[in-house]
Design a protein around this ligand. Sequence first.
Ligand code: NAD
Length: 436
Amino acid sequence: MRVTVVGTGYVGLIAGLGFAEFGNDVICLDVEAEKIESLKNGKCPIYEPGAGDLLERNLRAKRIRFTTEAREAITFGELIFIAVGTPEDENGNADLRYVYETAREIGAYMNEYKVIVDKSTVPIGTSREVTKIIQDELDKRGEALAFDVASNPEFLREGKAVGDFLNPDRIVLGVESLRAEKKLRKLYHVFVRSKKPMIVTTPETAEMIKYASNAFLATKITFINEIANLCDKVGANAIEVASAMGADGRISPKFLHPGPGYGGSCFPKDTKALAGTGRKYNAPMTVVESVIDANERQKELAAEKIISAMPDGGRIAVLGLSFKPETDDMREAPAITVIDRLLKTEKFQIKVYDPQAMETAQMVLPKDKLQWCQSTKEVLKDIDAVAVLTEWAEFRNLDSELLSEVMPGGKVFDLRHIFDRREMEEAGLQYIGMGF
Ligand SMILES: NC(=O)c1ccc[n+]([C@@H]2O[C@H](COP(=O)([O-])OP(=O)(O)OC[C@H]3O[C@@H](n4cnc5c(N)ncnc54)[C@H](O)[C@@H]3O)[C@@H](O)[C@H]2O)c1
């Protein structure tokens, strides 16, 4: 099939590559010329394991192209996926300006029947608004072209995006016409063989499924974080609690890892947008509202743990900056809040290192106030403490002997539970966890 993807970020790029990998003819459109240039040259502008190989293979097979020309991209696809960003606006709602801009361009350039598919995470009712914008543009042109708007939310996780896209848990299709449903079923036919559940529903339900899923996962993380905070006070071990809870098939062990709060490009903005929708329709999302507050407190609490254990400050190595491992995405990373709080005390000299997010981190952290290191070895020199903010695999290999050598009697703030308390304490280090 001829597929157009608008937006080549974490979702659009992986979706475009995935559709190409399934044998479709794909064109990806973005407004960022630099990104498109890099992609044309086979260079992935984001760090996402496996994406580089897919890019190379599909460029070589001529199944994927990249462009900044909206007309070219929009006239090409029989299916047009909207995968542009929907960041948070100043009131905490989803900022839909890029989605609407794309809709206007589609209306301005489309030349035949198209199925326009919202893959971006958009508030309930957006597909109706997109339909209206496209129709208005067509009316302005005096064109009577048929089109359908569908919703196909994306559930991939950064860091595992390729695997998730090629092997999803489920496909959700929100469609209103049989014609659109047929086209989407044909595109996703590859998953029928692997018996992936395909949920075909209305656009409103599809939009809600995405928000409800993300809000639920954010709630699960926040729940175990609060249990961990209480474990700290009463002398219980939150890791053992989570593990025993997770053994219950109704609960599952996933998303039950205590830490410094969730971050990333999705959970923070999607929980706020859902809470906002609840307020708008007078159906309060009280659980989600308190999750949002509790998560903010959790990031502060993580910083507070460090500050109260080091009242005179000191030299600290921050291990990991990205909001989770295997990505260079710094959006809403807990490291931002924690580092900001430490700097505010004016008592800490902070060294930082992340295996992939150094460049993106320099855009959001105060560049001149931190010492940027190029390796784990370098960040561990001349320090009094380490704080693990992202559980990258390479930090897991740090053993207690090495740490006690570089900072005898030093403090280990293991905010992601990658070390063993007993081992650290036996090496004379002071171990501080989050409920463990
Ligand atoms: N990142 C994730 O893990 C994830 C997972 C599931 C869903 N989502 C959702 O998918 C959407 C995209 O997220 P992302 O992380 O890929 O965003 P992103 O910011 O990484 O990428 C968005 C891209 O869209 C481009 N763009 C903006 N306006 C455009 C226009 N008019 N024409 C062409 N390109 C345009 C931007 O230049 C950018 O490259 C969001 O709604 C997000 O909530 C994200």
